[in-house]
Write a protein that binds this ligand. Structure first.
Ligand code: PLP
Length: 374
């Protein structure tokens, strides 16, 4: 039996989400774009789900665009810049590859990319403010880092962008990749006044292949695929209604249990921190990080230590699972935090989920002890 500690990479589909998926596929066989009765019923259900998700996020439903996942949501936002006059994008050095790959591309076609540090895992509002210029068109700082769990102070970061906007009379878009924040931290899209945010269902026990883009001004979003005109013309293609229904149920479940779960997982996080520190391991996740993610420096290269833990029945990740395919990406995030490359290569990410139990933590600590003390 494997004990799963890689919930920041993906989570198992909850039974409530699976039930909603099957029931919706069964009850709403029509295509939401069809004008017959079954089509209209499917469209109604899609819009009902959109409204419900919007109410959970505290935003208007017209600002939500369903996608195939966060990578697509991010792409939809950044590809829309192709229609804008070029300028500067200020981006944190700790972004997920779904964002950084766009920076590489946008730079190639003439955008100026300014990368800002995240010392200790955090982007400082002062540093962000001083990096803004009259040419800045976009700022991208993620909400919660997928490697360390560091929670960025999005509200203050947006505030200083808005202050600069006022002083200079120019609009700057703020994008917040909020994948690891959804359901887990007090996300406040409206209060923080971001222009765009990305979400993914499979990080919160929803299905893979379902995501969401929040756009404060949906008119700025230009479709990558326009055929069919679905999602108010922002994303063509038949909507994944069962997937959306399952996403809604998964999110509801997380929201309903958020405080209780956060407290419980916070206690497990504390147990892990204490036990692993006693073994002499350095914890690199800040104390204030999301309790769901804990990164530590192991004594061996992360691939080796991950394998040793796997042999003992534990699934952890070396840095970030998404970037395990693209060598060195999570090391880049850790280096941007001020961690030396040699150390970053030994980073192990333990990520918990709603299903994590106290006995799992006890067994994991025991396994670490056996591997380190022999
Ligand atoms: N952004 C962050 C912070 C992530 O952690 C991930 C996935 O690990 C993504 C974006 C991409 O999400 P998806 O798998 O839904 O494309």
């Amino acid at each position: 039996m494997e004990i799963y500690f890689d919930n920041a990479a993906t989570t198992p589909l909850s039974s409530r989400a699976a039930k909603a998926y099957i029931e919706t596929a069964d009850l709403y066989p029509g295509n939401p774009s069809s004008i017959h009765r079954l089509g209209r019923k499917a469209k109604e259900e899609l819009e009902r789900r959109r409204c419900h998700i919007a109410s959970l996020l505290g935003v208007n439903e017209r600002n939500l665009i369903f996608t195939s996942g966060a990578t697509e949501s991010i792409s939809l936002f950044f590809s829309s810049l192709l229609w804008m006059e070029k300028g500067t994008i200020v981006v944190s050095r700790i972004e997920h590859e779904a964002v950084t790959s766009w920076m590489t591309y946008l730079k190639k076609i003439g955008w100026n990319i300014v990368k800002i540090k995240a010392k200790g895992g955090f982007v400082s509002p002062e540093e962000l403010y001083s990096s803004l210029t009259p040419d800045t068109k976009v700022v991208a700082v993620m909400a919660v880092n997928n490697v360390t769990g560091a929670i960025e102070d999005t509200k203050s970061l947006v505030e200083c962008v808005r202050r600069y906007e006022k002083e200079n009379g120019r609009k700057i878009l703020f994008f917040s990749d909020s994948v690891q924040a959804l359901g887990k931290t007090g996300l406040d899209l409206k209060g923080s006044d971001v222009d765009g945010a990305s979400f993914s269902a499979h990080k919160i026990n929803g299905p893979r292949g379902v995501g969401l883009l929040y756009a404060k001004n949906p008119e700025m979003i230009r479709p990558i695929a326009s055929a069919g005109g679905q999602e108010s013309g922002h994303r063509g293609g038949t909507e994944n209604l069962p997937g959306v229904a399952a996403f809604d149920e998964a999110l509801t479940e997380w929201m309903e249990n958020r405080e209780k779960d956060e407290k419980r997982i916070g206690e497990y996080n504390k147990m892990l921190r204490e036990s692993l520190s006693k073994l002499g391991l350095e914890i690199i996740s800040p104390k204030s990080a999301s309790p769901y993610i804990l990164s530590v420096i192991s004594p061996l290269p992360s691939e080796v230590f991950t394998r040793m833990l796997m042999d003992k029945g534990f699934c952890v990740s070396s840095g970030s699972a998404c970037s395990n395919n693209a060598k060195g990406k999570s090391e880049g995030i850790l280096e941007a935090m001020g961690i030396r490359n040699e150390k970053a290569k030994r980073a192990i990410r333990i990520s918990m989920g709603r299903d994590t139990k106290e006995e799992d933590i006890i067994s994991l600590c025991k396994a670490f002890g056996e591997l380190i003390n022999g």
